[in-house]
Design a binder for this molecule. Structure first.
Ligand code: SF4
Length: 412
């Protein structure tokens, strides 16, 4: 046990210490995620770690994240995803300082085959999009969310539908050829016809990639509070299901394949960085609230600005929590993540990815066969192996199928 803190300095030093042991720098080439935590305002449904930018020290945060990169980031990352938060909220000089600094540390410009930055319509114009492209970011993801101005207000977003279309045009004018648009469906009072009409309008823009998530009411959000207080109503399940199927039909007719449950892309435009998450691959996240998977360990930084800054200044890393799941938990996780992908899961590959070595018959295969007999999973001949994937019946129930793996696989 360590000595008790007795002075104000002792307490300050304690607060600055990382709470968990950091697993160290991952191998060369591992995917890099950067979390820039500032937004123009906090959306009412959002549970990502982000804070309104007003009064925040953005320059100080850039310095801290670069310091963290020096100590933890992989060199030559294969992919880079700059998320948050709203990275497009940074000014061009701030983006330049940050991206040049990150390149000096990781050499991402010469190694990454895919680099994405998240943007919001209120902070993306032609100059910003062009600057991002010139700085080495060829792929942008724009948060449209809905084509209804009233719903944007309900969401607490600070842009209009017109702003969203203007941002899209700005990105194209700047020469951005890889664009994702984020949309949310199953909004209170939205009908399936409303959603189909809005989605068709978005698809007319011919984005290379579209993410469409159904609205969820996450803990510690205003939306969850309003739901509990009866001020908001969630969509009925049958309407949600109708919207889910409409999404697949309309995106497929527009030439976008559903390579993941909520993600659709024209061939070759799938988000390689995110596919890595679903394949349960390693990645390193830097910035407040960022999560990493290094080797078999998962770690996370504090979801708060000051503790993050204090720990980076004092210790160089800010690791706040650490999980070292056993091989059964790793196997369950590999299956439930992998089943989100259209490519599905091969049992042997999943065991290898989870480094599952227990001398027992494969417990995940038993769960998969049970779900297959219930019509939720099917086997198919993949390349080169037999694989499992969700059936048309199972797809909208992916979360319930995931529970079967998480609850059904353990050492007991
Ligand atoms: S802009 Fe995105 S990250 Fe920021 S609060 Fe809204 S949903 Fe969350």
């Amino acid at each position: 046990m360590s000595e008790p803190a007795t002075t104000a300095e002792d307490f300050a030093a304690r607060r600055a210490q990382p709470k968990a042991e950091d697993p160290g720098r991952p191998d060369d080439g591992v995917a890099l995620y950067v979390h820039l935590p500032f937004c123009a305002a906090k959306c009412h449904y959002c549970d990502f770690f982000s804070v309104p930018d007003e009064g925040q020290d953005i320059e100080g945060m850039i310095s801290a994240i670069l310091r963290e990169a020096e100590l933890r980031a992989p060199t030559h990352p294969r992919t880079v995803f700059i998320g948050g938060g709203t990275p497009s909220l940074l000014s061009v000089p701030q983006l330049t300082r940050f991206l040049d600094g990150l390149d000096a540390i990781t050499h991402w410009r010469s190694s990454a085959t895919e680099v994405t930055a998240e943007c919001n319509p209120e902070s993306l114009d032609v100059d910003k999009a062009k600057a991002l492209k010139d700085l080495g970011v060829p792929r942008l993801s724009i948060g449209f969310q809905t084509l209804n101005d009233e719903t944007l207000k309900l969401f607490g977003r600070v842009h209009s539908v017109d702003d969203s279309f203007r941002a899209f045009e700005a990105a194209r004018t700047a020469g951005i050829e890889h664009l994702n648009l984020d949309m949310i469906y199953a909004v209170p009072d939205q009908t399936a016809a409303d959603w189909a009409r809005d989605l068709a309008r978005v698809l007319e823009l011919r984005p290379e990639h579209l993410s469409a998530y159904n609205l969820t009411f996450e803990e510690d959000t205003r939306f969850k509070r309003w739901l509990d207080q009866g001020k908001l109503k969630s969509s009925p399940e049958d309407v949600e299901l109708e919207m889910f199927h409409a999404t697949r039909d309309l995106t497929s007719a527009a030439g976008l394949n559903a390579y993941e449950i909520s993600n659709h892309a024209t061939p070759g435009e799938e988000c390689v960085h995110n596919v890595g998450y679903w394949r349960n691959a390693e990645y390193l996240g830097i910035g407040p609230g960022a999560v990493s998977k290094v080797g078999l360990t998962r770690v996370g930084n504090p979801r708060a600005i000051q503790p993050y800054l204090r720990r980076i200044a004092a210790a160089g890393h800010a690791t706040d929590w650490r999980e070292d799941p056993d091989e059964y938990a790793r196997l369950a996780e590999t299956w439930w993540l992998g089943l989100r992908l259209a490519e599905g899961v091969n049992a042997e590959e999943a065991r290898a990815a989870a480094r599952f070595s227990a001398d027992v018959s494969d417990p995940a295969l038993e769960v998969a066969e049970r779900l297959e007999s219930q019509g939720f999973l099917e086997r198919f001949k993949g390349e080169p192996n037999e694989r499992f994937r969700l059936t048309a019946t199972g797809l909208p129930l992916a979360d319930a199928a995931a529970r079967q793996f998480l609850d059904g696989i353990s050492a007991e």
